[in-house]
Design a protein around this ligand. Structure first.
Ligand code: HEC
Length: 450
């Protein structure tokens, strides 16, 4: 049997050359990040295929089909696993890239492995971006509106690009069809095409950390005592990585299942505050530092330069050494960039306005946390501090006919409910009944400045 296979595939012969790279004993856990990323990708493929068996890619059917998936515990879990897996992919890919950079593993002869890796990074970000829209809920819809608008910053062809991304001027069902095909067909094909050579190079050349021992062995040294055998040592570490990453994803998906917001509404009647997905917060935040016409720099210039440099890195960095201590310039530049990106992402995260409490009545609301944001968002356009009926601070709101303890008698409530015309806010959708009930509870509690 074994011979039958060997005669046809020459497998043992081929594999022997693949495993011909002695892994040093002091190799670190970080060397397995690429493998962890591969595992996360396989998780995405499997859960994605399962989701596709029920998901309906149309503006009319998408949301309902996700509801259907959510209604079954297994479906809910698979979807949560896919959503968490997407975050894992992005994080692992970036950590893997940083590790490879730190070890200088992109240098000769691994330039092409690196280039394929950058393509895989772009593929991963593209998959995350296009996947966000598919549930067709408010979160995904508005993240796509914001994200696709970024392409509008490209000089001259900006509008054309936005139209291309959205398959029209607005985000509609046509956008969903386009994103679905990109998410399901184009990007997976790109990822597989880039991953083939990426993986092949790694198998043929070995990881960078194996080079030293390979050289020594070529010189005739016996390296057995300094290296880990593939079986069982290296294999066990790989299995451990799978168990660790797998367990983390399973536990997170089980404990924090992915929720489903309100269905997408292009008119945004509920005043959902659009925000991009968290991994774009950094770019979004940069906008604030590049005022006026300099915004092109933040949105197009810097990201473009970043990726061009990333692609060309093996040829730009002419320093042949892979030892971190001999590469102060490369490592400081990368360190500053990484710290900057983390800082920007954090700042962006902090400055994104929180969505208004729109579903769920708050029993004992706080004025500052639960009421003021609603008034500011809905009312201060007309009732700002310079208007004749200011409403944007506590003292003014109290003057605005609030009788502590008596919600029914308070004109604020009468205006919000429309029992005294005109109903507030004029010209917009009334507040939701939950929001009004929350304000009632606040008045019943004594309308305190808490
Ligand atoms: C488009 C502009 C506009 C918006 C938005 C708006 N208002 Fe008004 N509001 C007015 C105008 C104009 C009046 C005065 C006319 C009236 O009461 O008939 C008024 C009057 C009121 C009054 C009565 C004032 C008084 O002492 O008689 C209350 C209370 C009030 N608004 C509350 C709100 C609240 C709360 C919101 C937000 C949920 C809001 N308004 C949003 C324009 C607006």
């Amino acid at each position: 049997m074994k011979q039958w296979f060997e005669e046809r595939f020459h497998l043992a012969q081929g594999l022997a050359s693949l495993f011909d790279h002695p892994v040093p004993k002091r190799s670190s856990f970080l060397d397995y990040l690429g493998f962890a990323t591969l595992f996360a990708f396989i998780n995405q493929a499997v859960t994605g295929i399962l989701l596709a068996t029920v998901y309906t890619p149309s503006a009319e059917g998408a949301y309902a089909s996700i509801k259907l998936i959510q209604a079954v515990p297994v479906g809910n879990f698979v979807r949560s696993l896919h959503a968490w897996g997407a975050n894992f992919m992005v994080v692992l890919v970036v950590l893997h890239l940083l590790r490879v950079f730190y070890e200088g593993a992109y240098k000769r002869p691994r330039e092409l492995t690196w280039v394929m890796g950058v393509i895989l990074l772009i593929g991963t970000l593209g998959l995350a971006f296009t996947g966000y829209l598919l549930p067709w809920d408010q979160e995904g819809y508005w993240a796509t509106v914001v994200g696709s608008a970024m392409a509008g910053y490209v000089p001259f062809i900006g509008n054309f690009l936005v139209g291309l991304l959205r398959s029209g001027a607005q985000v509609t069902g046509a956008t969903l069809t386009f994103f679905y095909s990109v998410h399901m067909l184009m990007l997976p094909a790109l990822v597989l095409l880039a991953f083939g050579p990426h993986f092949f190079f790694v198998l043929r050349q070995g990881m960078a950390c194996t080079d030293e021992l390979s050289e020594a062995r070529k010189r005739g040294k016996d390296v057995a005592s300094e290296s880990l055998p593939f079986w069982p040592d290296v294999a066990f570490r790989m299995i451990l990585v799978v168990i660790l990453v797998g367990a983390a994803m399973w536990i997170l998906a089980a404990v924090y299942p992915k929720g489903l917001g309100a269905p997408a509404d292009a008119l945004n009647k509920a005043h959902y505050i659009p925000e991009p997905a968290w991994y774009f917060f950094g770019v979004y935040q940069m906008l604030k530092y590049f005022p006026g016409s300099l915004d092109v720099l933040a949105m197009v210039g810097l990201p473009l330069i970043f990726f061009v440099v990333l692609f060309a890195l093996p040829w730009l960095d002419r320093n042949p050494s892979r030892k971190p201590r001999r590469r102060p310039l490369a490592l400081s530049v990368a360190g500053v960039l990484t710290a900057g990106l983390i800082l920007l992402t954090y700042q962006g995260m902090m400055s994104v306005p929180k969505a208004l409490a729109d579903n769920g009545v708050i029993a004992h609301p706080s004025f500052k946390k639960d009421i003021e944001p609603v008034l500011q968002n809905q009312c201060s356009a007309c009732h700002g501090s310079t208007s004749s009926y200011p409403l944007d601070n506590y003292a003014d709101v109290l003057k605005r006919d609030v009788i502590p303890g008596n919600a029914d008698g308070s004109k604020l409530i009468q205006k919000l409910e429309g029992s005294v015309k005109p109903q507030m806010p004029i010209g917009k959708e009334p507040l939701s009944s939950d929001q009004i009930q929350t304000i009632r509870n606040w008045i019943a509690d004594g309308a305190k400045d808490n």
